[in-house]
Every structure is written in structure tokens, then in C-alpha cells.
Design a protein around this ligand. Structure first.
Ligand SMILES: CSCCC(=O)C(=O)COP(=O)(O)O
Ligand SMILES: [Mg+2]
Length: 237
């Protein structure tokens, strides 16, 4: 007998590839951070919040790195799209200048902002879980193509709670939100993240953006997760 899914009382969303295009992150944000990194480290290396992360990177690379070598490691990580917490924290600090100077605004898929507003208006609290640091997430949604979307969100999570492919991270987030996992819907473009969320008991939907994923993933590739190509196709509120 088929079981009825539990009612959804909160939504947790990924950013890159879900609310927003991969291309904006890879082709605009990452190159901006890569270019600005040497100057940023030269100017801010002695500030405790910057030093802390530079030291994490140095320690992971044998502990003998000077800042010039740390910058090269970080630039290599940007090229590899490493979702390392230290890199993400530093990228967020660098992007602050870009948003402040209006060098760019953050891409939001046209269907995403109206759906987020409708869910919020229907009483569903919205949360973000992204590899981007929480300050970077707030900058992103605070300077989006659709305006300041920060007021839509009730909370923010990054990899300081754990990796996005680990079930424990989603258990932690459900606890922090204060809702049973089965009442939380997680939206992401990455099947391994959805697998981890499902293992923790969350409901899941694969967001298969045709701009990012020109070949839509079939049921086998979606690993049993429901699949949509737009937030407009999600019937949650
Ligand atoms: C919101 S900051 C820019 C995005 C970013 O750095 C990133 O790694 C996004 O990963 P996601 O977990 O949102 O797919
Ligand atoms: Mg993503």
C-alpha cells in the first residue's frame, strides 16, 4: 500500500544549480575571487577572521606554507571547485566588495523568487543550505537579480554544520530548524546531496535545470528522487 508523504512544513534549498545558475557561480563569482585573492590576502591577512582560515589551509598543506603559497593552494581549489569551508569563507569576504561595488548581482532563476515568495506567504519557513558560507549566502540573496530576498529566509546553513553529502548534516539542520525531518523538503541539483538528506528522513526533490543540465536526468539517474525542471512545478503550499 502506498504511503502518503508527510505534510511539508519547511523548505530547505540549495543555491548553485537550484535557485541559481551554475554558470553565474563558475563564470562570474569564482573568477572574481580568483583574481582578487592575492590582493585581498596581502591587505587583510592580519585580521583574525582571515588569518584563521589562511592558517587552516596552511596546516592542511604541511603547516610550512607562507601566504603566497596559501594563495596558490586556494586558487587551485577554486579551479577544482573544492567545497572547502576555508575557501568558501574567504570567497564570501572577497565577494562582499563585488556586491558593494555593484560589479555583479546574483543570478536567480525567474521561477525561483515568485515560488519562494508564495511558499513564504503560505506560511512555510524557508532555509538555505549551501557550500557557500553563510555570509556569502546572505550577500547572494541580498543582491540578487530579483532584489533583496533575505527577508524570505528564516535561517542559513553552510558546511560548518557538515558536508552536504553526509546524512548527519541534515539531521543537525532538522534539529536546528526544530521540525521533524519528514516534514522538511530539501531541493538540490546534486543527487548525492539528496541521497544524504533522504537517509536523514527529509523529503527530497531533484531540481534539474535545463540551462545547467541540458540532458535531463532519468529516473535511474535521479535515484528515486522526484524531479522538476522549475520551482513552478513544485506543488508544496
Ligand atoms: C552562495 S555563495 C556562491 C556559491 C558557492 O560558492 C557554492 O559553492 C555553491 O554551492 P551549492 O552548495 O549552493 O551548490
Ligand atoms: Mg547545488
Amino acid at each position: 500500500m502506498a504511503t502518503t508523504p508527510a505534510p511539508i512544513t519547511a523548505i530547505l534549498t540549495d543555491i548553485e544549480g537550484t535557485t541559481s545558475s551554475i554558470s553565474f557561480v563558475k563564470d562570474e563569482l569564482f573568477p572574481y575571487a580568483r583574481r582578487a585573492l592575492p590582493g585581498f590576502v596581502a591587505a587583510h591577512a592580519n585580521e583574525p577572521e582571515v588569518r584563521r582560515w589562511l592558517d587552516v589551509v596552511a596546516a592542511e598543506n604541511g603547516g610550512m606554507c607562507d601566504d603566497r603559497m596559501v594563495v596558490e593552494v586556494l586558487q587551485g581549489w577554486i579551479d577544482e571547485d573544492r567545497k572547502h569551508t576555508a575557501l568558501k569563507a574567504l570567497q564570501g569576504m572577497i565577494w562582499a566588495d563585488g556586491y558593494r561595488n555593484a560589479d555583479f548581482t546574483a543570478h536567480i532563476y525567474p521561477d525561483a523568487a515568485p515560488a519562494l515568495r508564495a511558499w513564504k506567504d503560505a506560511g512555510l519557513p524557508l532555509y538555505v543550505y549551501s557550500s557557500g558560507s553563510v555570509p556569502a549566502q546572505r550577500l547572494f540573496f541580498g543582491h540578487s537579480d530579483a532584489g533583496d530576498l533575505i527577508p524570505l529566509f528564516s535561517g542559513w546553513f553552510d558546511t560548518e554544520v557538515g558536508g552536504k553529502r553526509e546524512a548527519a548534516s541534515y539531521r543537525h539542520i532538522a534539529g536546528a530548524i526544530g521540525q521533524p525531518p519528514e516534514n522538511i523538503l530539501f531541493l538540490s541539483d546534486v543527487v548525492e546531496e539528496l541521497d544524504a538528506a533522504r537517509e536523514a528522513g527529509l523529503q527530497t526533490v531533484l531540481v534539474d535545470r535545463r540551462q545547467d543540465y541540458p540532458r535531463p536526468r532519468n529516473t535511474a539517474a535521479a535515484n528515486g528522487h522526484s524531479r522538476v525542471e522549475s520551482f513552478a512545478d513544485l506543488d508544496v503550499a
